[in-house]
Design a protein around this ligand. Structure first.
Ligand SMILES: Cc1ncc(COP(=O)(O)O)c(C=O)c1O
Length: 458
C-alpha cells in the first residue's frame, strides 16, 4: 500500500477568511493599557505606530475576517502549503504514532512570516503609507517583510538584532535583494540605539531593543508606520490560514490530529496552526495543544503572567502576557527568533486557561531533533522549528511507550538553510545546554512589579 506522504490543496481551495480566536476565547484577553494613564489603550493611542485598518483588526472580535483579493493573489505565490507525513521519522522512532507537518518553509522567504507580512504590506499601502520599519531576530521576519514590501511597492527598513546580523549575513542579502535596508541593532540611527551603544558598544542586541528602534523611527518619520512580525492579535489572525488549510487537508484524508504542536517565540506560527484547532477544543473536541519554547528563554513555562511592555525602551502599550521582563537580555542561543521576553497576549491567556500546554526544551535536545529530522526526512529545519520537532518526537515516543495510535501534527515554521553556523557548532560539539537560573526569573518579576495593572493569577 502506498503511504500518503503529501496532502496538497488546489489553489481554488485556499481559505478566503482568517479565523479570529477573540470571538471564542472562554476568558477574553485583558485589554492592553496606556502606560501613562493605566487605562485601556485606545485606537488613537496606537495610530502613530500602526495604520488604522490594522488597528481595527487588532481590536476586532468578528469570528471570521475576509482576506482581501489582492492579499490572496500574493499568498497564492506559495500557498496552499503542503501537509506532509514524516513517515521515515516514524519508522526510525518505531512509533505507532503518525507524524504530520505543515510545511511553511516553501514560502519565498523560507518561513511562515510572509503570511502576515503580505497582509500588513497590503493594509499599509491601502492606508497611504510609503515606508515601513521593523525589527528582526533570526532575519526571517525582516526578509519576509522586505519581500512583501517589494510586492506592494513600499520602502522597508529593518533593525536586525546584532548577534543574528553577525551570524546570518545571507539573510541581510536577501533583504537587500528585495530592496529592503537592513542595519544591526542597536544602531546609531536612533536615539535609543545610540544610548544602548554608549552603555555597551558590544551589546549583542535583543528583539526588545530592535522593536524600540523601529518604533522610534516610525513615529519620527513621515508616512512611515511600524510593523510587528508576531505577538499582536492581527498577526495571529493572519497566520490562521495555516491551521485552516491543515484542517481541510486532514479532512481530505479522513483524519483529525490528537496532538497539535508549534514552537513559540512571540507565538505567531504556533497560533497560526493551533488556533483553528483550539476553536474545536473550546467547543468540546479532544485535542492536545503543545507550545514548545527554549529553556534559555522560558517565557510561558516560567515567567509570571503580568502587564509588561513589548519592547525594551518601554514605548509600547502594556500587554497582558507571560513575560520575563522587558529588560530581560536572553542568552545568545541559536534560535534567534525565540529570544523574546514576552509572548502573544492571546496565546498567554489560553495558556493561563490551560487550553495550551507550554513546554521548554534545551537547545542541545532541539538540535538533536533537527538533525534526526534532516537525516530521516531530508529537510533541514530552522533552529526555531527544531523546538516543535523535539516536542513532536517526545509525543511520538510517549505513544510508543503507551502503545497507543496517535496522530501528531507540528508546524514546520521554516527551513534552516541559512542557519547552518548553528548546526556547525552542534556537530562540532561546541554547543552547550542552558536553562535560565532561578535568580534571573526572580529578577524579571522584580523588574515589572511596579507597573500598573499587574494581572491576577499565576
Ligand atoms: C522559522 C521561525 N520559526 C519560529 C519563529 C518564532 O516566531 P513566532 O513565535 O512568531 O512564530 C521565527 C521567528 O523569527 C522563525 O523565524
Amino acid at each position: 500500500m502506498t503511504v500518503i506522504k503529501k496532502v496538497n490543496l488546489p489553489d481554488t481551495e485556499i481559505p478566503r477568511q482568517w479565523y479570529n480566536i477573540a470571538a471564542d476565547m472562554p476568558n477574553p484577553m485583558q485589554p492592553p493599557l496606556n502606560p501613562a494613564t493605566g487605562k485601556p489603550a485606545s485606537a488613537e493611542d496606537l495610530a502613530p505606530v500602526f495604520p488604522m485598518n490594522l488597528i481595527e483588526q487588532e481590536m476586532s472580535t468578528e469570528r471570521y475576517i475576509d482576506i482581501p483579493g489582492k492579499v490572496l493573489e500574493k499568498l497564492l505565490l506559495y500557498r496552499p502549503t503542503p501537509l506532509k507525513r514524516a513517515y521515515a521519522l516514524e519508522q526510525h522512532l518505531q512509533t505507532p504514532a503518525k507524524i504530520y507537518y505543515k510545511d511553511e518553509s516553501v514560502s519565498p522567504a523560507g518561513s511562515h512570516k510572509p503570511n502576515t507580512a503580505i497582509a500588513q504590506a497590503y493594509y499599509n499601502k491601502e492606508f497611504g503609507i510609503r515606508r515601513i520599519t521593523t525589527e528582526t531576530g533570526a532575519g526571517q521576519w525582516g526578509s519576509a517583510l522586505s519581500f512583501s514590501c517589494a510586492l506592494f511597492g513600499l520602502e522597508c527598513k529593518v533593525y536586525m538584532v546584532r548577534v543574528s546580523y553577525d551570524q546570518k549575513p545571507y539573510r541581510r542579502l536577501m533583504m537587500q535583494t528585495w530592496g529592503g535596508q537592513c542595519v544591526p541593532s542597536p544602531s546609531p540611527d536612533t536615539s535609543f540605539g545610540r544610548k544602548m551603544l554608549a552603555e555597551d558598544p558590544d551589546c549583542p542586541g535583543s528583539l526588545g531593543i530592535a522593536i524600540s528602534e523601529a518604533i522610534e523611527d516610525a513615529v519620527t518619520s513621515r508616512d512611515t508606520r511600524y510593523s510587528l512580525g508576531s505577538v499582536l492579535n492581527h498577526v495571529m489572525l493572519h497566520q490562521t490560514i495555516i491551521g485552516l488549510e491543515a484542517q481541510k487537508q486532514f479532512a481530505q484524508i479522513g483524519e483529525y490530529p490528537d496532538v497539535v504542536v508549534g514552537c513559540v517565540g512571540g507565538g505567531s506560527n504556533f497560533a497560526g496552526l493551533a488556533f483553528p484547532f483550539l476553536r474545536d477544543k473550546i467547543y468540546g473536541k479532544q485535542v492536545q495543544v503543545i507550545a514548545a519554547e527554549p529553556a534559555a528563554c522560558p517565557t510561558l513555562t516560567r515567567g509570571p503572567f503580568a502587564y509588561d511592555f513589548g519592547d525594551t525602551a518601554a514605548t509600547t502599550p502594556l500587554l497582558p502576557m507571560y513575560t520575563l521582563g522587558h529588560n530581560f537580555m536572553p542568552p545568545a542561543i541559536h534560535a534567534g527568533g525565540l529570544r523574546y521576553h514576552g509572548a502573544s497576549p492571546q496565546v498567554s491567556q489560553l495558556v493561563k486557561d490551560r487550553l495550551i500546554e507550554p513546554r521548554a526544551y534545551d537547545q542541545l535536545k532541539t538540535y538533536e531533533a533537527g538533525v534526526l529530522f534532516a537525516r530521516t526526512e531530508g529537510q533541514i529545519p530552522a533552529p526555531e522549528t527544531c523546538h516543535a520537532i523535539a516536542a513532536a518526537i517526545e509525543e511520538a515516543m510517549k505513544a510508543k511507550e503507551e502503545g497507543v495510535q496517535k496522530t501528531i501534527v507540528f508546524n514546520y515554521s521554516g527551513h534552516g538553510l541559512l542557519d547552518l553556523p548553528g548546526y556547525a557548532k552542534y556537530l562540532e560539539g561546541e554547543l552547550s545546554g542552558f536553562a535560565l537560573p532561578e535568580e534571573e526569573i526572580n529578577r524579571a518579576i522584580a523588574a515589572i512589579a511596579g507597573l500598573p495593572g499587574i494581572c491576577t493569577g499565576e
